[in-house]
Design a protein around this ligand. Structure first.
Ligand SMILES: Nc1nc2c(ncn2[C@@H]2O[C@H](COP(=O)(O)OP(=O)(O)OP(=O)(O)O)[C@@H](O)[C@H]2O)c(=O)[nH]1
Ligand SMILES: [Mg+2]
Length: 230
């Protein structure tokens, strides 16, 4: 079974600012996050959380078949607040593929994408072609749209990323986006994998017999071979 570690990053929800209060009060539903947790829940468990629960760190696991290979995905979601940036770095260093998410209802979350991308670059110095998929989440909320799809498409094309408008709520493009990322990760893992050495043949065939030719004439000091004239 192939392994693949993925990190999802998105702008933090406003509720995270009053994290302590929230822990005391239980869940809060102010709905400010871009939906990284909801996307993970939808993908890993086909479940949509209506509430807003600003967890610090969550691991989701799911096995999928991508291009005929079984892949075990470990998906990390970490709180977006500044105090958790060290966690972003920790997981970014260990991850092989990244989902960068914004909400189509929040222009600031779209503008945050470049910073999130820097988190990846900072933690993967010198690595080219890092698999990234850009997600424009909450595409079901068309009436609240602040970011036209074309802006996401242009950014993704410029950066060489794949782009999906998703909805964790309606499940639109969620599986497609994850599968695309995993396919890209597998592709890059194969480039890095050393080629499998070809085993030697079981019974090596002997070299073809060479005709034995008699030397025509020997010259030089007797007993001391210098050259042979054929
Ligand atoms: N309509 C709609 N609501 C969504 C969607 N995705 C998430 N939500 C809602 O948005 C709120 C925030 O979602 P979360 O997944 O908790 O957001 P988050 O990105 O993890 O937020 P942080 O933990 O602060 O980074 C929740 O109330 C979700 O139900 C979506 O695709 N459509
Ligand atoms: Mg969250």
């Amino acid at each position: 079974m192939q392994q693949c570690q993925i990190l999802i990053l998105g702008e933090a929800g406003m509720c995270g600012l009053s994290f302590d209060l929230k822990l005391e009060d239980g869940l809060c539903d102010c709905g400010a996050g871009v939906g990284t947790r909801a996307l993970c829940c939808r993908f890993a468990a086909n479940f949509f959380p209506e509430d807003y629960d600003p967890v610090i760190e969550d691991l989701y696991e799911k096995q999928v078949s991508v291009n005929g290979e079984d892949v075990n995905i470990q998906l990390y979601d970490v709180a977006g607040q500044e105090e958790y940036f060290p966690l972003h770095d920790y997981h970014a260093q260990r991850s092989e593929g990244f989902l960068l998410a914004y909400s189509i209802t929040s222009r600031t979350s779209f503008e945050r994408i470049r910073e999130l991308h820097h988190t990846i670059l900072r933690n993967k110095p010198g690595e080219a072609d890092i698999p990234v998929v850009l997600l424009a989440n909450k595409c079901d909320l068309t009436r609240d749209r602040q970011v036209p799809a074309i802006e996401g498409e242009i950014l993704a094309r410029k950066m060489g990323w794949h782009f999906f408008e998703t909805s964790a709520k309606t499940k639109t493009n969620v599986d497609e986006a994850f599968v695309e990322l995993v396919a890209r990760v597998r592709q890059s893992q194969k480039v890095e994998e050393p080629p499998t050495p070809t085993p030697p043949p079981l019974s090596p065939s002997p070299p073809p017999p060479q005709p034995i030719e008699e030397p025509a004439e020997e010259v030089g000091v007797p007993g001391c071979r210098i050259c042979v004239i054929m």
